[in-house]
Design a binder for this molecule. Structure first.
Ligand SMILES: [Zn+2]
Length: 411
């Protein structure tokens, strides 16, 4: 397959280290370009004038005026869940407090109760449908967490659903074990008991069946303390799971320090960080993953993207798709939010949503940028004057088509 007359071919990059600091504002491109796909991979690309000397074969698509980007890499989602929580959304608009909502059956524990009662077939079907929707918006790699099970049986059920998606979705998927999302009601007075259950009962099964790539903990006041988090990450490491962490979402919880210390692949959220945490992230390879749609949906302050970038941290953005605080995985909208609300430049936001997202799930050798031999996972925009038009026109779908594994996905 040959794409010709591409107005601008973006995200050309063949490296393995996450982009940090000023590198984030550089999105390498070729104007008036062609790109050739063979099988599932990018075979060749360059300026149009070079194509004249090459033999043309296969299907050709003229993309005059259109831009081509690498597909999004969404490195933090809770895509597998049962049902939705729009009643809670309306209750919040009406002004009900968190405690009142919890009393009516809202929050993580409510999602867990729903999930425990839902069959794996239905969970799979719902998640598959969501994922198909995301692919049409250009998502070409994704991370999915457990964490709405909170019992051994339900956590394993979730992870098996993710494993099934891995086999059928046709895009790279990373699975993260987030049994430490909240303390289930039965263990409210026995935190140690639940941590023992996570370590002694769940982790061995997960390792034996190879159900997860990472371990995650909600390190937050009222949830898991820094020392409990360290204990869980250490246990995860013994079972071969690297760390990705929910850190500093609601308070300066110490999560960043714990994550960096544990060599986490990423620490995610970071709404509440100060100089010390920013400095730490600038000095370490742990990716700082920001989730602007969660701040947007919860009307909370956004994480300090500019300070992180200016200090030299590796910043990624991801959707946090989940039923409670970000019921959307729309990456183009996230890129717009990153620009509008966190003052990231369009190039920075796109790098953060593609290459650095890939780094935050260790799939950057395969996806996240355009390079010969990498997967042909591409976004084709409508005709537009410049790349900045994409986040500028927030809420407008400017993605004309998406290519995954070298094939156009059906509309
Ligand atoms: Zn999350």
């Amino acid at each position: 397959m040959l794409l010709t007359n591409i107005k601008c071919l973006w995200g050309l990059r063949d490296q393995s280290l996450a982009l940090r600091g000023v590198e984030l504002a550089v999105l390498p491109c070729i104007e008036n370009a062609y790109l050739r796909i063979e099988g599932e991979q990018v075979a060749d690309f360059g300026p149009m004038q070079q194509l004249q000397h090459k033999e043309r074969s296969g299907l050709t698509f003229d993309l005059s005026g259109q831009h081509v980007l690498p597909a999004w890499c969404d490195s933090h989602t809770h895509l597998v869940f049962a049902g939705s929580r729009e009643q809670e959304f309306v209750d919040k608009i009406r002004g009900l407090t968190y405690a009142e909502i919890a009393q009516k059956g809202g929050g993580i524990l409510h999602s867990a109760q729903n999930l425990q009662q839902t069959s794996s077939e239905i969970l799979y079907e719902q998640a598959k449908q969501r994922l198909d929707g995301l692919k049409k918006l250009g998502t070409g790699a994704i991370e999915i967490k457990s964490g709405y099970g909170l019992t051994t049986e339900a956590e394993i059920k979730m992870l098996r659903v993710i494993q099934q998606l891995k086999k059928t979705a046709g895009i790279p998927i990373k699975a993260t074990f987030l049994g430490a999302h909240a303390f289930p009601a039965a263990f409210k007075e026995d935190r140690e008991g639940y941590i023992r259950l996570l370590i002694e009962e769940m982790l061995p099964v997960i390792a034996r069946e190879n159900l997860a790539d990472y371990i995650d903990v909600f390190c937050e006041q009222g949830f898991f303390t820094p020392s409990e988090t360290t204990q869980l990450l250490d246990a995860g490491r013994r079972f071969g799971l690297k760390a990705k962490l929910h850190a500093n979402q609601l308070h300066n919880s110490g999560g960043v320090q714990v994550g960096v210390q544990a060599g986490a692949v990423s620490v995610d959220h970071l709404e509440h960080i100060g100089e010390e945490e920013i400095h730490l992230l600038a000095q370490h390879s742990t990716v700082a993953t920001l989730l602007p749609s969660a701040a947007f949906f919860l009307r909370l302050p956004y994480p300090p993207a500019r300070q992180l970038i200016e200090a030299g941290a590796a910043v990624a953005i991801a959707s946090d798709f989940n039923p409670g605080s970000s019921p959307s995985g729309n990456m183009p909208l996230l890129v717009a939010l990153a620009c509008i609300q966190m003052r990231m430049l369009p190039e920075e936001a796109i790098n953060a949503a593609t290459f650095n997202g890939a780094c935050a799930m260790e799939v950057q050798q395969e996806v996240g940028s355009i390079a010969v031999g990498k997967k042909a996972n591409l976004i084709i925009t409508q005709a537009m004057h410049s790349l900045a038009y994409l986040p500028y026109s927030f809420g407008t779908n400017l993605i004309e088509s998406v290519i995954l594994n070298g094939q156009f996905i059906p509309d």
